[in-house]
Structures are given as structure tokens and as C-alpha cells.
Design a protein around this ligand. Structure first.
Ligand SMILES: CC(C)(COP(=O)(O)OP(=O)(O)OC[C@H]1O[C@@H](n2cnc3c(N)ncnc32)[C@H](O)[C@@H]1OP(=O)(O)O)[C@@H](O)C(=O)NCCC(=O)NCCS
Length: 357
């Protein structure tokens, strides 16, 4: 089967989405004008799944300012390509998008007689938590389901401290500060290390720096402080001939160790078990409406969950949003938010204690 691509919807998809609505729902369809409104709303993610040129499905996820709960407003797959995993894939992306917006759970309503959809949701980890009577236009009730997307892990001795980034562009410096403190450096909490580190990173980047260059600049800043980072850079979706990133001799000349391969799960576990840390770039890998990707700091694997510090969120939860320290995300979702860009550039910078001076 042609590969399924999930991306943000555009105006050109509206015809296809409208016909999906007509095909999939007999009641409570979204009108063309509301679909168009969703397209331009900042409190909504409008996604389409395409199979080559063809739109095979769509989904709408709604957000409320300050709320930690996202809502799956609609999902529909073209019946001609049903039961081929497209619905499950699209649902997974909806969850990743909710996670990227800092939501702790995804909720939805479903008709009690919609067996296909209920089977999909239950198998994807959703649980029933209530019911709305006379919810749909024909008077039918709705089952309410939800899935927790995040968990918080208890802090353990040896976990890196948390540092909350004070500017939208300082996740890298914030992660460096966490690494340095974990490695035993004493930094002045009221000092301006964050901005100084940002400047240092910018100076280490070549003009017109690519994402790979910026990652190397971060590694370079760590190396200058006596850590010996190992950088994994890989373009997951590039063709085999493009797979080797052309980084020139720069990293080698600076004494940086770089591998053009993905960090696999077994390796990630080995590093965490060996008390190493992994800095990685998290983002919505196909959507970026002005929201920046950011660095996060992985320090543990627990069961199938990755535990990491997220500098975008404060250490203590505010208004029910997850805490920035010890956020837990399933490996599957974590992979989704750390594989990014059209070519799926993934970055992992490994640091271990002992190499710090
Ligand atoms: C529900 C829907 C989105 C599923 O999309 P899909 O691409 O067919 O689903 P997938 O192929 O990813 O299947 C995922 C799971 O859904 C369930 N499922 C999908 N089609 C099913 C069918 N015909 N019979 C029983 N279960 C079915 C199964 O649990 C399936 O997992 P499995 O194949 O491993 O057993 C799709 O059927 C649809 O668009 N329905 C109409 C619109 C709708 O009801 N939307 C939900 C509103 S709440």
C-alpha cells in the first residue's frame, strides 16, 4: 500500500474532507463554513491522512487555552480504505499533537452503537468515564472516553534538576544548565547563564545554520565545559543515498563525536541505565504554526515510558498542566515528537557523568 502521510490540512483539502463528512456521518456533520473556520483556528489542529494524492481521512483536535485536556472533535476514514490502519495512525498523531501542546489527556465522545470506533479507541488505551444523554442531534447519547497521555514519575536520587526556560528560544541553554548542574557544576540561580549560553551557541553556529548545525553547536558548548558528548544525527525519511548527512569536517575538527544513525530503543535504555542523559529535539514533526521545537532532557526509561525534563513547563504543575520535571511519555509517542522535519531529522546528544571536568 502507498505510504500514509499525515499533515496539517489546507484549503485545498476542504472538498475531500467535506465528502468524507458526508460519507462517514448521517447526523451532526460539520458544515463547509465550520470546517473552514477550523482550518484557520489556532485552538484547533486539523489533520489529513493522505495516500499519495488521495485524502484518506481527517481528524480535528480542539484545545482550550490553559486546559490540559484536548478534545478529539472528529475523525473519519474513507470507507474504501477502512481497516488498513489509517484510523489508528491518525489517532496516534492526534495524541502526539495534543502532547506537543502540553495537554495531559485526550477526550472524545462516541455513539454507543459505533462499534468500529469504540473498538479502535479501547484498543488504543481510551477508557470510558461518563455519558452525555441526548447528546447528538437525533437524541442519541454519547459515551465519553479519555486517554491519559502523560504521566508523572516520582523523582529519584540522581535525576537531573529542572530548569524552566525563561524565553521561547532558550530550551537548549536550559537543558545545558540542567546537564551542568547534574554533572556537579554550581551555577548562580539568579545569574544570566541562560542568555549567555544562548549567545555562545549562536556564535558556534555557522551562518544560515541548519538544524543539524544548531545541534552540533549545543554539543560544542557542552564539550567546552569538559563533557564529551556523542551526537547521533539521522534523517529517518531520507532515501538511502541521502541518509548520510553531509556535515563536512567541522565536527571532527572541533573534537566532536558524531554518528549518522538513529538512537535505537535498546541503546537509549543502556544509556539511561548507565546514568547517562540524552538531549533531544521535540516537536510536532509535521506541523509548526509558529511553535518552536525545543530541547528536552531524557534521563530514564520506566516500563514502556520515557522520563524526561521539559524546560518549557515549570517544575511544579500550574492549572493542571503536567510538571516539567519527570514528564513521562510512552516510547511510541516520544518517537513521534522527536522525529521531525520532512526528512525526519532526529537528534540525540548523549552525555555521561565522569567526563565533566
Ligand atoms: C472508526 C474509524 C475512524 C476507524 O478507521 P480505520 O482506518 O478503519 O481503522 P483502523 O484500520 O486503523 O483499525 C483500527 C481498529 O479499529 C477497529 N475497527 C476498524 N474497522 C473495524 C470494523 N470494520 N469492524 C470492527 N472493528 C473495526 C479495530 O479495533 C481496528 O483494529 P484491528 O484492525 O487491529 O482489529 C472509521 O471506521 C471511520 O471513519 N468510521 C466512520 C466515522 C466515525 O465513526 N468516526 C468516529 C466518530 S467518534
Amino acid at each position: 500500500m502507498t505510504e500514509i502521510d499525515v499533515r496539517a490540512a489546507t484549503e485545498r483539502d476542504l472538498d475531500a474532507v467535506e465528502s468524507l463528512e458526508e460519507q462517514a456521518f448521517t447526523h451532526d456533520r460539520s458544515s463547509r463554513s465550520s470546517l473552514r473556520r477550523f482550518l484557520f483556528s489556532r485552538s484547533c489542529e486539523f489533520l489529513v491522512a493522505s495516500l499519495g494524492e488521495r485524502i484518506a481521512g481527517y481528524a480535528l483536535v480542539l484545545f482550550r487555552a490553559g486546559a490540559a485536556v484536548a478534545r478529539l472533535y472528529s475523525i473519519a476514514i474513507d470507507a474504501r480504505v477502512g481497516r488498513r490502519g489509517i484510523g489508528r495512525r491518525l489517532l496516534g498523531v492526534c495524541e502526539a499533537v495534543a502532547v506537543e501542546r502540553g495537554c495531559a489527556s485526550l477526550r472524545l465522545e462516541v455513539r454507543p452503537d459505533n462499534e468500529r470506533a469504540i473498538a479502535l479507541y479501547l484498543s488504543a488505551g481510551y477508557q470510558s468515564f461518563g455519558r452525555h444523554e441526548a447528546y447528538y442531534a437525533d437524541g442519541a447519547p454519547a459515551l465519553r472516553l479519555q486517554k491519559p497521555l502523560w504521566r508523572s514519575a516520582a523523582a529519584l536520587p540522581g535525576d537531573p534538576p529542572h530548569f524552566h526556560q525563561s524565553k521561547p528560544f532558550t530550551s537548549g541553554p536550559a537543558c545545558i544548565i540542567m546537564v551542568l548542574q547534574w554533572a556537579g557544576w554550581h551555577l548562580d540561580p539568579g545569574g544570566d547563564d541562560e542568555l549567555l549560553l544562548r549567545k555562545e551557541m549562536s556564535r558556534a553556529e555557522p551562518a544560515s545554520a541548519s538544524e543539524a548545525d544548531r545541534s552540533l553547536a549545543l554539543a560544542e558548548v557542552l564539550r567546552r565545559r569538559g563533557l564529551d558528548p556523542l551526537v547521533h544525527l539521522a534523517e529517518a525519511k531520507a532515501s538511502p543515498s541521502e541518509r548520510r548527512l553531509n556535515l563536512g569536517h567541522g565536527p571532527h575538527e572541533k573534537g566532536l563525536r558524531v554518528m549518522s544513525s538513529n538512537l535505537d530503543e535498546a541503546e537509549l535504555k543502556r544509556i539511561c541505565d548507565g546514568h547517562g542523559l540524552v538531549l533531544t529535539l521535540a516537536t510536532r514533526h509535521f506541523l509548526d504554526r509558529g511553535r518552536r521545537k525545543r530541547w528536552v532532557l531524557v534521563h530514564r526509561l520506566e516500563g514502556g515510558f520515557v522520563v524526561f525534563n521539559d524546560p518549557l513547563f515549570a517544575e511544579r504543575p500550574v492549572d493542571n498542566t503536567p510538571s516539567g520535571r519527570n514528564r513521562m511519555l510512552s516510547l511510541e509517542l516520544f518517537r513521534r515528537i522527536t522525529l521531525r522535519g520532512r526528512t525526519g531529522l532526529s537528534v540525540a546528544i548523549i552525555v555521561r557523568k565522569g567526563s565533566a571536568s
